[in-house]
Design a protein around this ligand. Structure first.
Ligand code: GLA
Length: 352
């Protein structure tokens, strides 16, 4: 068992209104994750390759100012609602709610990635752990209900970065939380991820329209470039003449996980880099996972002088399905007073 010690804390800068922001380092013998309480962003994540060489696997910035100025959600906690809500509107209990439009006519990803969260060291024998809490007020971005949210990052001695999300509400509301880490198993800034392999335990996915909104259909992946039931290089089919790939400009879709016991921890996806030997396993209690292949990265200047171009990273965002509040047939994203929302995702690192 790893001996729990205090997590290291250092200054990371100030927000424009003068709030101090910190950077916390969670470490075990092999893996080191640095997380800021601004947006709960995973700023860096070093793991060994098969020869023991450490690399930083996540895209991001060197300074807080850059995260504040502009970010494609690098490494952040996403909420209240991960991914899109069509036309930035939904109704609940007969009331129509209007949300902030931040993606054309749609609402995308909310604003939790731009909030300063309250941090607390909750390390234990389970590993070094950082608790982040935030009170999302009734009406934030148009969502109903005061929503106290808690996110706990734990680095275990099995090289797992575990993320436990919880929340309650004082009004009926909808909720969808995830983390938007951009991974490159060859190390951030080291080219594209097209040779890296992905396996997703899902027989179906949710096709999208031209605005990246699910049509409502749950479509079989069989015989399509969306079949990742056996590990396949991300780039093997990404440029095929396929209407869904064109719509997403690559992969930017939600898969319907085959979890036989909804709500229990399930191996959703596995990624593998044949060159470094790194393996990333993603386990989750969520019903869906978004594979996004960095289709919109366009020469962003990131950490250590690296430049991030199209398809230089992939995201595996565990989640409820996009636009669920407008699709009663999708697993519900509703949360009611008295209910306790809980969700866990584990990113596990190893080599082979
Ligand atoms: C998600 C969305 C994408 C894009 C990225 C961030 O994966 O589905 O369309 O917005 O986040 O750029």
């Amino acid at each position: 068992m790893q001996v729990a010690t205090e997590i290291r804390k250092q200054a990371f800068g100030h927000t424009s209104d003068g709030m101090a922001v910190e950077l916390y380092t969670l470490a075990n013998r092999e893996v080191e994750a640095r997380i800021t309480n601004y947006g709960g962003i995973i700023v860096s994540l070093h793991t060994p390759d098969r020869n023991g060489k450490l690399d930083d696997l996540v895209l991001g910035y060197d300074s807080l100012d850059k995260y504040i100025a502009k970010t494609p959600y690098f490494g952040a906690i996403i909420g209240r609602y991960a991914n899109r809500i069509a036309h930035a509107t939904f109704s609940l209990d007969g009331i129509t709610y209007t949300l902030a439009k931040n993606d054309g006519d749609n609402h995308l990803h909310g604003g939790f990635n731009k909030r300063v969260w309250t941090a607390k060291d909750v390390s234990s024998s389970a590993g070094q752990a950082l608790e982040l809490t935030y009170l999302s007020k009734d009406g934030e971005e148009g969502f109903p209900g005061n929503l106290p949210v808690k996110v706990v990052y734990t680095l275990t001695d099995k090289n797992e970065l575990k993320i436990d999300y919880s929340a309650t509400t004082d009004k009926d509301t909808v909720l969808n939380l995830t983390n938007h880490a951009y991974f490159n198993l060859a190390g951030q800034g080291n080219g594209d991820i097209l040779q890296q392999h992905i396996m997703i335990q899902a027989d179906r996915f949710t096709p999208i329209d031209q605005f990246s909104i699910p049509t409502g259909e749950l479509r079989s992946v069989k015989g399509t470039p969306f079949d990742f039931t056996t590990a396949t290089a991300i780039g093997a089919r990404i440029d095929q003449d396929d209407q869904q790939l064109k719509m997403g400009k690559g992969y930017d879709h939600n898969w319907v996980l085959n979890n036989p016991a909804a709500g229990s921890l399930f191996l959703a996806a596995q990624a593998y880099d044949p060159h470094s030997g790194r393996v990333l396993e993603v386990l989750t209690t969520e019903p869906g996972i978004q594979l996004y292949t960095g289709n919109f990265l366009d020469g962003i200047h990131g950490k250590d002088g690296k430049v991030y171009d199209r398809r230089n990273a992939f995201c595996l965002e565990t989640q409820h399905f996009p636009d669920s509040p407008n699709h009663p047939s999708f697993p519900t994203s509703e949360l009611k007073p008295g209910q306790h929302f809980e969700s866990t995702t584990v990113y596990k690192f190893s080599t082979k």
